[in-house]
Every structure is written in structure tokens, then in C-alpha cells.
Ligand binder design. Structure first.
Ligand SMILES: [Zn+2]
Ligand SMILES: [Zn+2]
Length: 315
């Protein structure tokens, strides 16, 4: 006897697989390309800074694009799209999706799908970038560190967007911005180059702006973001009760724009501010506060002292 026919109902209620089909090889090659080239630029940057062109304009452009794309990731990709720490109007939502795309960390839907999977399986099998998957010997932790920091990007697993980000796939604006990721990659590298060239009316000015505000800026932000996945799951303080091994790492607070208060974040993922204790700088939280004042962000999930006391006590 055969079983009942598979109905639409049973199809939709069956749990969707964690992974989608593997990433195409050509796309994987591009991931490698855009990860390695900026990193080589970063390695070359230090000796070149002394004897080679680094103008104040390059510094200004690099800092501007660092924080623009970085806040696109922290305010947008992370606290808004992944965790819905606040509600955004349409203009802000699209602006954040575009700004985050300029960081060259993948399209918004892929980024959010991977990160939601990280929260579901934190530091266990299924977590896309836990440093704890290989064991706790020195060798296993070194391997884990590399995997969590950037090694995971080089395997072809693709998180299933239909399972982890149905809300974003259904949002037509966001789905379009996500598909346009190649365009944002060009915009991210070409805009500082163009400004550098036009401001100095020289090809040399365009080239140095491309190098510093394009490649080096992208790579520094890559490493800071990746440090949240590697360092902030290995070393640091754990003042709050969180599943997994996330830590607070104060030296990264400014460069990461508040994301290195990662122990609090895993204890209370939808909280709009991660640096909740006195003196814990959280630029991302401050920007959300400004967006709320402007009326673009509403229903912001601010931490309450009762909630923080609860998270500290249940530790
Ligand atoms: Zn984490
Ligand atoms: Zn998160």
C-alpha cells in the first residue's frame, strides 16, 4: 500500500533544508577574488604608506566609506535586517541595504541568512563560522580561528534563504537590491576613485583613492567584521548569560562600531544597543538613536535596566 499523496500542506510544513544547492564555482571564484585582493592591498599598505601617495583626501575618503559601509552592515544588515531591533521606513530600509552592500561582504539576503543560521546553531554543528567545531587542543583552536575568521567563506555551502530569510525574499525592494550586488560592488570601488580623480584632476589621485578608500578600506572592514566571528567567540569577557561562547572585547569597540559587545548581543539578540554598561561605546546604537529622533526608525528595542539585571543574574 502506498502512503497518502504529498499535499501542498505537507510540503510547506516540512522543515526546509539548512543548505541550498552549492554556490556555483564562478561565483565562488569571485568571493575568493574580492577577499584576497583587498587583503593583499592591506598587506602592501603599511610599507607603501611611508614612501607612496597617501593624501589627506585619501584618508578622508577611506574613513568616510569605512563608516558608511560599516554602519550599513551594523545598523542595517545586522541589527535591522537580521534581528529587527527596530522598525524602519522604506527609504531607510533601502538605504541601509545599499550602504551595507558597499562593504563587499556579500548581498544582504546571503549575509542575513548566514547570520541567522549562526544564531540558531551558535558554536554547534550547523553554525557557519564557529571557531569551536574542531576541538579544544591548540591545533584545533588555530584551525577553528582561521575557519571562523575567513576560512568559512571559501567553502561552497550556501545557507538556504527560503528557510532563514523568507521575509527578505518576499520584500521586492530588498530582493532587487540583493540581486544588484555586482552593481554595488562597482559603486563601492568606483565612487572613491572618481572623487579622488576629480578632486585632484589626476589619474594618480584616482589611483591612490582607489587603493586606500577602495581596497584597503574594504579589507580593514572585512577583518574587523570577521574578528567578531573569530576573536569575539574565543577570548574576552562573558558578563551575560548567552548560549554559545560569545564574548565582549573592548579594544574592538570603536572599529567595530559597537559590535564587539558580542556577549550581550548573543544574550539578547534583538536589543538595539550592544554596549549596555557604563562606558561601553556603541556607535551603532547611537546612530539608531539619531534615526529614531529623525522619525525614520520606530519601535526601537532599547535595553531596560531590569532586562540587563536579569541577563547578568541568570549567568
Ligand atoms: Zn556570534
Ligand atoms: Zn547577530
Amino acid at each position: 500500500m502506498t502512503g497518502p499523496p504529498m499535499t501542498a500542506q505537507t510540503t510547506t510544513t516540512a522543515p526546509r533544508p539548512i543548505l541550498d544547492s552549492p554556490r556555483p564555482r564562478a561565483e565562488q571564484l569571485l568571493v575568493g577574488f574580492f577577499t584576497v585582493i583587498p587583503m593583499l592591498a592591506l598587506i602592501a599598505a603599511v610599507p607603501l604608506a611611508w614612501g607612496w601617495g597617501l593624501s589627506w583626501l585619501d584618508v578622508g575618503l577611506a574613513v568616510f566609506f569605512y563608516f558608511l559601509s560599516g554602519l550599513g552592515v551594523t545598523v542595517g544588515f545586522h541589527r535591522y535586517f537580521t534581528h529587527r531591533a527596530f522598525t524602519a521606513n522604506r527609504g531607510l530600509r533601502n538605504g541601509l541595504a545599499i550602504a551595507g552592500s558597499l562593504a563587499l561582504q556579500g548581498d544582504v539576503i546571503t549575509w542575513v541568512a548566514d547570520h541567522r543560521r549562526h544564531h540558531v546553531f551558535t558554536d554547534k554543528e550547523g553554525d557557519p563560522h564557529s571557531p569551536w567545531l574542531y576541538g579544544t587542543t591548540v591545533g584545533a583552536l588555530a584551525k577553528g580561528f582561521w575557519h571562523a575568521h575567513s576560512g568559512w567563506l571559501f567553502n561552497r555551502d550556501r545557507t538556504n534563504a527560503a528557510r532563514f530569510t523568507p521575509d527578505l525574499v518576499a520584500d521586492r525592494d530588498i530582493a532587487r537590491i540583493s540581486r544588484q550586488f555586482p552593481l554595488w560592488t562597482v559603486v563601492s570601488l568606483a565612487t572613491p576613485t572618481l572623487i579622488g580623480g576629480l578632486a585632484t584632476l589626476s589619474w594618480w589621485g584616482a589611483l591612490t583613492a582607489f587603493f586606500w578608500a577602495g581596497l584597503v578600506r574594504v579589507s580593514v572592514l572585512h577583518h574587523v567584521t570577521w574578528s567578531i566571528n573569530s576573536i569575539c567567540h574565543m577570548i574576552g569577557e562573558r558578563p551575560f548569560a548567552a548560549r554559545g561562547k560569545a564574548t565582549n572585547v573592548w579594544p574592538l569597540a570603536i572599529l567595530s562600531m559597537g559590535e564587539s559587545w558580542h556577549n550581550l548581543h548573543h544574550a539578547d539578540p534583538t536589543c538595539a544597543r550592544h554596549g549596555v554598561r557604563r562606558g561601553e561605546l556603541d556607535m551603532t546604537g547611537r546612530i539608531i538613536w539619531i534615526l529614531e529622533r529623525l522619525g525614520w526608525a520606530t519601535r526601537v528595542r532599547w535595553p531596560t535596566s531590569a532586562r540587563i539585571a536579569e541577563l547578568t543574574a541568570s549567568r
